[in-house]
Design a protein around this ligand. Structure first.
Ligand code: S3P
Length: 175
């Protein structure tokens, strides 16, 4: 049986697009923590940040992740900050094989700032915030993931196929 696959990584790395393709390849159901949060709260991520603040958003994110521990046959795309809480890191690893989807910083920045849906980057100097967040999170993505995958210059389809191969290898290694 194919494992659950969890995608982590920085804003703009393509978790949702690759996750949808992985779901098609595996026949698993595609879930996205941000979409689950929006559905549960009935408002956008930006609205939650502006009305209640980041910590409340993180509480909801933690709750939504915790509700997924018993799910099977899923591909899960997570928000870029889902790895910040230790409890979430355990949850993610218990859900499935964790792949860190990475790309070169310039492509990440371009993709992450293409629209206004990411409240953390809606500042006077998004490049600085981006650099600081990326710098502080790289080690956490590394610690949480079973493997890192560099998607720079690859299509979403190519990335999905190669991540699936690596996830199956990891499953065998985890035993
Ligand atoms: C966040 C990433 C976003 C979303 C929220 C916070 C982060 O998800 O969860 O804006 O802290 O990196 P994406 O990684 O899908 O953009």
């Amino acid at each position: 049986m194919l494992p659950n696959i969890v995608l982590i990584g920085f804003m703009g790395c393509g978790k949702s697009s690759v996750g949808r393709r992985l779901a098609t390849l595996t026949g698993h159901k595609f879930l996205d923590t941000d979409a689950l949060i929006v559905q549960s709260e009935n408002c956008s991520i930006s609205e939650i940040f502006s009305a209640a603040g980041e910590e409340v958003f993180r509480d909801i994110e933690q709750r939504v992740l915790g509700e997924l521990v018993d799910r099977t046959e899923i591909v899960l795309a997570t928000g870029g900050g889902a790895i910040l809480r230790e409890v979430n890191r355990h949850t993610l690893r218990s859900i499935g094989i964790v792949a860190w989807l990475d790309a070169d910083p310039q492509s990440l920045f371009e993709r992450a700032t293409r629209n206004t849906r990411r409240p953390l980057l809606q500042t006077a100097d998004p490049q600085k915030i981006f650099n600081d967040l990326l710098e502080s999170r790289r080690a956490i993505y590394k610690e949480t993931a079973d493997f890192r995958f560099d998607s720079t210059n690859l299509s979403h389809d190519q990335v999905a196929k190669q991540i699936l191969d690596q996830a199956v290898k990891c499953l065998n290694e985890r035993g």
